[in-house]
Write a protein that binds this ligand. Sequence first.
Ligand code: UD1
Ligand code: UDP
Length: 375
Amino acid sequence: MKKVLVVFGTRPEAIKMAPVVHALKANNKFKTRVCITGQHREMLDQVLQFFQIVPDYDLNLMTPKQSLNLLASRILAEIDVVFDDFKPDLVLVHGDTTTSSVVALAAFHRQIKIGHVEAGLRTYNKQSPFPEEINRQITGRLADIHFTPTPTTYNNLVLNEHVKASSVFTTGNTVIDALLWGVANINENREAIQSLKSELNFNKKIILVTGHRRESFGDKFVSFCSALLKIAERSDVQIIYPVHLNPNVKEPVYKLLSKHPNILLIAPLDYEVFIWLMNMSYFIITDSGGVQEEAPSLGKPVLVTRDITEREEAVTLGAVNLVGTSFDKIVKASNLLLDDNSVYNSMRIESNPYGDGKAALKINRIIEKLLQENE
Ligand code: UD1
Ligand code: UDP
């Protein structure tokens, strides 16, 4: 029987791979196992618990303030044990993290076929997002099968990079599968949700904020936080910011924002509580890839604090406004959303360009067919 090893390491990979893991594990035509590198720890475990995934292998590699090179070298050194034990025919990686590109490289070294989920996203700017753009390009060069979420990402691979069209499949993004399942399974009685309800003032407009990108560390982060302080001066808003555990994010955010009575800083939320909070918010300010893909499905406008994006689709449709990290632009765009209903409503779109919730089933069918052809 053919064997598929699904490998991931961070929160967003886990969320987006969860529907794939469930679809593949339910398929008895081949055997599927899950390996986590543990690039993240608490933030990954939160996701595994909600989606009820018990990894078959856990490399448990996260160290505090890990450097990219230390993490990469430890993944390369440790993953062989898993390859040797399970002997996969196909290794499936996701997106753009250190885990994805390094595991793909390790699989290539062992001449194991590689499938890349969420393939083809590009800015063609090596510095932004850093290091994700190059992680994606490396993984794309190494992969044998590419699952692109949208026609644009398909074209990036097939038209711009001349990847063999027969190896590229447009499936939609599995983030929508995860979101739809998640929304249907929220337990509002959970204590975490009840306690957030008591902390939030629903007479105000709730602005949900996240921010963690490496290319924004330093001055850009200071400018972004200053904009939040300015917006928080309004008496009709309440800002809530679940702060990423990366110390390069946590330290400046708590230093700059913790004293403002209108800004609630909290620990990262587990996925169930986070999507509940997205639903309760008026709009979202974020630099997160996943959040900007999810928000249109919930009818929430998004201000993206990045200068360029590999996720153009929702920008083109008007659901996402790319504001960058400039103080003026963030404040101006926020005030406009708060004060002008026609602008607000124009950013709520009917259908989500990133997927229809069936991506994981498509990926499962394609993998089944390809593995049978190779038997
Ligand atoms: C990583 C990914 C980024 C992705 C993000 C999602 C890379 C290079 N970066 O960035 O693409 O958007 O995850 O969140 O792959 N930490 C904890 N507990 C956790 C997670 C992180 O304490 O559960 C702290 C640790 O000190 C860790 C640090 O955050 O060393 C950085 O984690 P790392 O995965 O290297 O980078 P992220 O900024 O999380
Ligand atoms: N998310 C979460 N809890 C939080 C913040 C985000 O569960 O406190 C989810 C969010 O819904 C999305 C994913 O995490 O699916 C995005 O992860 P992140 O922003 O860390 O990474 P990116 O998508 O930018 O790579």
